[in-house]
Design a protein around this ligand. Sequence first.
Ligand SMILES: Cc1cc2nc3c(=O)[nH]c(=O)nc-3n(C[C@H](O)[C@H](O)[C@H](O)COP(=O)(O)OP(=O)(O)OC[C@H]3O[C@@H](n4cnc5c(N)ncnc54)[C@H](O)[C@@H]3O)c2cc1C
Length: 390
Amino acid sequence: MSTSKFDAIVVGGGIVGCTAAYFLARKGLKVAVVERKSLACGTSSKSFAWINGTSKTADESYHRLNAKGLAGYCDLAVEFGEQALGLHPAGSLQIVRTSDATNLATSREKLRQLEALGYPATWVDNNALRTMEPHLSLTDDAEGLYAVSDMNLNAPHFVRFMAEQVRALGGAVMEGCAAQALEAREDGQITGLNTDGGVLKSETVLLAVGPSTPEVLSGLTGFDGFAARFPMRRVPGLLVRTPDTAPHKFVRRVVYFADGPELHVLPDFNGGVRIGADDTDGMTDTDSPVEELRRVACILLERAKERLPGFVGAACIDECTLTVGLRPYPDDGHSLAGPLPGAEGLFIIATHSGVTLAPALGHLMAARITTGQTPDMLKPFLLDRVKGLG
Ligand SMILES: Cc1cc2nc3c(=O)[nH]c(=O)nc-3n(C[C@H](O)[C@H](O)[C@H](O)COP(=O)(O)OP(=O)(O)OC[C@H]3O[C@@H](n4cnc5c(N)ncnc54)[C@H](O)[C@@H]3O)c2cc1C
C-alpha cells in the first residue's frame, strides 16, 4: 500500500465487490478492496454461476437489471476476451415434455414473457434439442426453451481477474484484512475504515459482503439493530462439481431439466459438470455433516446418471467437490443497492443472482458514487424502500 488514503473503499472481495471496484477504478478513482480472507472465498465460489435473465420475468425492472448484467459481460468480453474472463457464452436450455401440460404451459408462458421483454429466446423441437445436446437421454416428446444469450461463468476466476484489473488501474486489493469499524464525523459523513491492517481513509465505503451484510453492517456501525433489521435471508444451496469427464463432454450449455426429477447441469471449466437442483437445496446447510452432504450429492449424481448416458453417477462421489453456499437473498427477492439512508458516504450492495448482476450493479453504483446522481435503472433497488433502515 503506497498510501492509506483512497477515493473509495470496497469491503468484500467476492464477485459483487471486485466488479464494483473495477468500475470505480475505471472511472479514475483510487480504490481499495478489503477482503477478510481470500478473494472469492464466499458465495461466489459456491455458485452455479448461470448468467441469465431467463428465470426473472415476473418484474420488468428486475428483469432489465439482469439483462444489463448480461450486456455488461458482453462489453467486458469485447474488452478482454471471453477466455480471460472465464466466460462461456453458449446459452441455456430448459427441457419439458409436451405430454406434461402444466410444465409445458409454464415454459410457453415464460417464452411469451421473454419475447415481450425483448429477451432473445426461442422454442426448440425434439430434433433441434437432440442436435444441440446430443449426449442427453431424452423422450420423444421432449422440447425446450432456448435462451441464446445466457452464459455461464468461472466465477472465482472472474473475481480474481477483476481484482487484477483494479490493481492495474492503481488500486489496492488487501486479502486477509477484515473491516472492523467505520469512522465518521459528527454529522454522519464517513471518513474512513478501521481494518485489521490499520485505518484506511476515504469518504466513500461500499459494503459488498454478500450473506454477511446484516452482521458486518452492525459491526461497522456499532448499531446492533442492523443484524435483526436488515431485510435479507441466507438461503443455502448445494453444488456438486465432478472431476473431468473426458473423453465425454456431457452438456454444451446450461441445461435445466423440468421433464422429470429436477436437475440443473452445466459444463464446468475443469472438463466436468456442475450439478444442482432447487429441491435438494433445502436438504443441506453450511453446518451439515459431511455424510449428509454426500448423501444429498449422491441423489444429484444419480439423477445426472439417468439423464447423461455414460456418466458414472454416484460412483464418482469421492472425486467430486461438494460445497454449500449461502445466497444473500433480500426479503422481497430483489437487489438492495444504493446509499444507506442517514449515513453519508456509506453504500451497500446485497443481492441474490450476484453473478448475473455484478457488472450491472457495479456499473450503476460507480455512476451513483462518482456523479451523486442515481441512475434511473437503480432507483427501484435503493435501500430507502425498506422501512426502518435509515
Ligand atoms: C448454490 C448457489 C447457486 C447460485 N446460482 C447462481 C446462478 O446460477 N446465477 C447467479 O447469478 N447467482 C447465483 N447464485 C448467487 C450468487 O452466487 C451470489 O449472489 C453472489 O455470489 C454473491 O456475491 P457477493 O460478492 O455479494 O458475496 P460473496 O461472494 O459471499 O463475497 C462477500 C465477501 O465479503 C467478505 N467479507 C465478509 N465480511 C467481511 C469483512 N468484515 N471485511 C472484509 N471482507 C468481508 C467475505 O469473506 C466474502 O469473500 C447462487 C448461489 C448459490 C449459493
